[in-house]
Write a protein that binds this ligand. Sequence first.
Ligand SMILES: NC(=O)c1ccc[n+]([C@@H]2O[C@H](COP(=O)([O-])OP(=O)(O)OC[C@H]3O[C@@H](n4cnc5c(N)ncnc54)[C@H](OP(=O)(O)O)[C@@H]3O)[C@@H](O)[C@H]2O)c1
Length: 199
Amino acid sequence: MRILLVGAGGTLGGAVREALTERGHKVIGVGRSGGDLVADVTDPEAVGRLYEEAGALDAVAVAAGDAVFKPLGELTADDFTTTFRGKGLSQFELVRQGARHVAPNGSFTLVSGIISEQPIVAGAAASAVNGAVEAFVRAAAIELPPQRINAVSPTVAEESLPAYGPFFPGMETVPAARVATAYVRSIEGAQTGQVYRVW
Ligand SMILES: NC(=O)c1ccc[n+]([C@@H]2O[C@H](COP(=O)([O-])OP(=O)(O)OC[C@H]3O[C@@H](n4cnc5c(N)ncnc54)[C@H](OP(=O)(O)O)[C@@H]3O)[C@@H](O)[C@H]2O)c1
């Protein structure tokens, strides 16, 4: 398959790229600062240009999305806007525009995260956007067929512990390679409207 992978240069995205490439897929990696194609997917016009440049696609997968982590009492209105633009609206837009570019039997795989269900201190904005992504996936799944859509909801990756570890005391971790298997399941499988928890 020809797969557009947003965030292919990141911790999770690198593992997803490796897993998909090993399975014989052609991965077109997207990042803001580098990759096979460069785009900031928080900009709807950039998403449009990205799809024009990418050409025919069988799947779109996302392993990207910035969220603001701050105690609730310190979060600003702008922090919520930044978080929803960074991880929510960007993914919704990739699906909204992508439905015209992805093959009829193709798929979308979005990313949420464990804190939609298992909250942490300073994670209110990120929890909320993860929940929105999962709700969007369930809703879009009834309108997209024959295209499919799922979300991957990982716990903290082992590789991310140095960066995020203090925020997730006592939470189990998984190798990024295990998160990547959920992307493979979403892309190569037949289910739609699912949230694949990896924890
Ligand atoms: N890592 C974890 O433990 C974990 C656990 C649960 C959920 N998640 C979620 O998984 C996603 C990826 O996490 P990660 O830790 O792998 O991130 P990461 O290592 O920081 O990598 C993110 C990648 O996405 C790209 N990217 C970010 N924003 C983008 C944008 N607006 N447009 C285009 N590309 C963009 C970055 O490109 P540039 O470097 O070029 O900017 C980078 O390649 C995030 O949504 C995160 O919340 C991660």
